[in-house]
Design a protein around this ligand. Structure first.
Ligand code: GCU
Length: 684
């Protein structure tokens, strides 16, 4: 059963009435120009394994007179069948064409990776029990569909931990080196390829310079080798000060000639070993990390340094917009101080200064992966330089996989948000697909942080988030429930009750978590210093981290208006700025993000802020109790190991939601002295 965990949604478990469908399946597989170790060859193997597992049918390899699955690139196909070219649709990079007709299957990718994606798509369709004829053309919405792992090379010199990872140690690193056995890295690449992910940055954004020693470069090449069969490219996080830390130079000034040469040497050496390396990811001048501003250079000077070294090799650099100084903010003295302002302040004026192969990686919200944030206004400011949206699959502030929180509904809300740039429709999904402003390099970056745990993320149900991330990066029009249905079938089978229960729990989980954690845009209210877990509303304020709530005895919330506050609302395009500037037009769920109000402020719902807190916390934690009883209905309907593993966590979540409820409610009662109208808080 551990295998089931490792294979996640690629278990290829037998479908119901499998034997009735054999005639509608191919009997043999033909791969066009396949080379072992490359995606088309992998696609052939997956088809054989998949159809054997799903239907118990053994495919022969090579042409047969019976039905055939043919898989390869468009160009390989057209070389063999020149007359077929006219009938084929236009594909963009990584796209595929798939035609199923009476058991014959044609899978063509624009490139090898696309062919593999097409094979996985076909397997997913038949695994869901659909063996009828169909034809589809599928192109990705955006070219950059990356995963970031925050894996440490070393941790106090001993092992490979994962920052904000809740699923065990690093599958890549151990003791400062790349692991000898990279089996898990290959299995990870397989899962990622099946959901359209095309690159993985293996090491933490808080990067060790030592990843660039010759020995570790050799190790990185071994990671790239196990990724390559799946069309997953390797990316690397860099430490900006590496020329000094590792290279022995006395500077890491991005405009210094010796520094430029040093980085060019490193990049050339990496590409010698990994000719298809994806590129770099850089966190600079943030939370104590070194960067160009150390030398009074701009962030563009910093990004371009790497961009230029990558250009001869075709690589790209994802440069993070998560730039802020966690030491300089003073809450008590400065009413206008606001960490949320940092990204736009730092990047404004730089939009046209970046090289073509720079992409700015922007967290979805202006602070840090909170349960509710407005869309980062920086997305409206980058019109020439492309952006990737950074989402977090690992549930750092969202229960760390000990709580079920299905994130697709939150991501959908963000992606559907219309920033109204120049008063024109400007949904976030159209900005990160490059459609709105026409940039070529845009897309998605997801912080995943799987580990050695056989569930990958530490929880079976959390894997729906990884699945949904890949699916939405390919096509943000998909629905949260549709994605979930697919994932549930592939992971747990076809039982209707299993589906009903997982759908209900998942769809109620984000609203419930928001209800029992931080409401009305006040942020999640986890402990700020101790691991971002569990309730600690008091920890938000009185420190320089800038995730403030400004809660006192009478009032709460951040005034981010232009007329009286930090001015953050003014970073949005005018229509959106006007909406958030005005308390009347600010949606309730972001009220305290934008406004500082008395606890007795009336919401649009008619309730006061404080009463809303109390009620939401009772409601959310009550919902979490129902997850346990819902799940218990599935006893005997799924294997014992996964049933018990999920149940254990749901019982824990139910209990912890009560801790959340009572701590948060009590905290605000203690501050405000206003009891719950329904007599549950403060009246005894
Ligand atoms: C969060 C997280 C850190 C991480 C940082 C980042 O603050 O807690 O662990 O390094 O984000 O995204 O760089």
């Amino acid at each position: 059963v551990a295998e089931d965990g490792l294979n996640a949604w690629l278990r290829y478990a037998r479908v119901p009435s499998a034997s009735h469908h054999l005639g509608r399946l191919p009997s043999s597989v033909v791969t066009l120009n396949a080379t072992q170790g490359f995606p088309v060859h992998t696609a052939g193997e997956e088809l054989v394994d998949g159809i054997r597992g799903l239907f118990g049918k053994k495919l022969t390899v090579g042409k047969s007179k019976d039905t055939t699955a043919t898989v390869g690139t468009v160009s390989a196909y057209v070389d063999k069948n020149p007359s077929a070219a006219r009938g084929l649709p236009d594909l963009i990079e990584d796209g595929f064409y798939l035609k199923v007709s009476k058991g014959n299957v044609l899978i063509l990718g624009q490139n090898e990776r696309g062919a593999l994606y097409g094979a996985f798509h076909y397997l997913s369709v038949i695994a869901q029990g659909n063996v009828s004829d169909f034809t589809i053309t599928s192109n990705p919405d955006a070219p950059v569909r990356w995963v970031n792992q925050w894996d440490n090379m070393q941790d106090g010199g001993t092992h490979g931990s994962v920052e904000r990872g809740y699923g065990g140690d690093s599958i890549f690193f151990w003791d400062g080196y790349i692991r000898e056995d990279l089996t898990r890295a290959g299995q990870y690449a397989r899962l990622l390829a099946s959901i359209g992910i095309n690159a993985v940055v293996a090491n933490n954004v808080n990067a060790n310079a030592s990843i660039l020693t010759p020995e570790n470069m050799d190790g990185l090449a071994r990671i790239a080798d196990v990724f390559r069969p799946y069309g997953v490219q390797l990316g690397i996080s860099l430490n900006f000060a590496a020329p000094q830390l590792l290279g022995g130079l006395d500077t890491f000034d991005p405009l210094d000639k010796t520094v430029v040469n040093w980085w060019q040497g490193i990049t050339d050496n990496l590409y010698k070993r990994i000719p298809d390396m994806a590129g770099y990811l850089v966190k600079a001048n943030s939370e104590g990390q070194p960067g160009p501003m150390t030398y009074n250079r701009t962030l563009a000077d910093g990004a371009n340094l790497f961009a230029r070294t990558l250009q001869p090799h075709g690589g790209i650099i994802l440069f993070r917009a998560f730039v802020y100084d966690h030491r300089s903010l003073n809450q008590t003295l400065d009413w206008k101080a606001d960490r949320a302002n940092a990204a736009v302040n730092y990047f404004d004026g730089l939009d046209d200064k970046f090289e073509d192969n720079v992409v700015i990686q922007v967290k979805y919200g202006p602070i840090d992966f909170q349960v509710r944030e407005p869309v980062s206004p920086l997305f409206a400011h980058l019109r020439q330089t492309g952006a990737t949206i950074e989402l977090q699959i690992t549930q750092e502030y969202l229960g760390q996989q000990a709580h079920v929180v299905y994130l697709a509904p939150m991501w959908k809300e963000l992606l559907d948000f219309d920033l109204r740039v120049d008063s024109k429709p400007s949904t976030l999904k159209d900005i990160v697909s490059g459609k709105r402003f026409g940039q070529k390099l845009t897309g998605y970056a997801g912080v995943v942080n799987v580990g050695t745990n056989t569930t990958w993320l530490g929880s079976h149900l959390a894997m729906s988030n990884l699945y949904a991330y890949g699916k939405l990066a390919w096509n943000p029009e998909l629905t949260s429930t549709g994605i979930l249905k697919e994932w549930t079938t592939l992971t747990f089978g076809h039982d209707k009750l299993v589906h009903d229960v997982i759908t209900k729990i998942s769809m109620e989980s984000w609203p419930a978590y928001e209800d029992y954690s931080g409401n009305l845009g006040i942020q999640t209210l986890t402990d700020i210093l101790l691991g971002h877990y569990g309730p600690n509303p008091g920890s938000q304020d009185g420190n320089p981290w800038g995730q403030w709530t400004r809660a006192d005895d009478d009032t709460i919330g951040m005034d981010r208006t232009v007329w009286n506050g930090t001015g953050f609302a003014g970073q949005y395009p005018p229509e959106i700025a006007a909406m958030y500037e005005n308390i009347e037009t600010t949606p309730d769920n972001l009220l305290l993000w934008f406004h500082h109000v008395p606890y007795t402020q009336k919401l649009k719902s008619g309730k006061t802020v404080i009463q809303h807190f109390y009620e939401a916390h009772y409601r959310g934690s009550a919902t979490a109790q129902t997850f346990v009883t819902l799940w218990q209905k599935l006893k005997g309907r799924i294997d014992k190991e996964r049933y018990e593993h999920v149940l254990f966590r749901l019982i824990y979540q139910a209990g912890h939601s009560l801790v959340w409820r009572d701590s948060v409610n009590q905290f605000y009662f203690n501050k405000s002295g206003i009891p719950d109208e329904l007599g549950r808080v403060g009246n005894h």
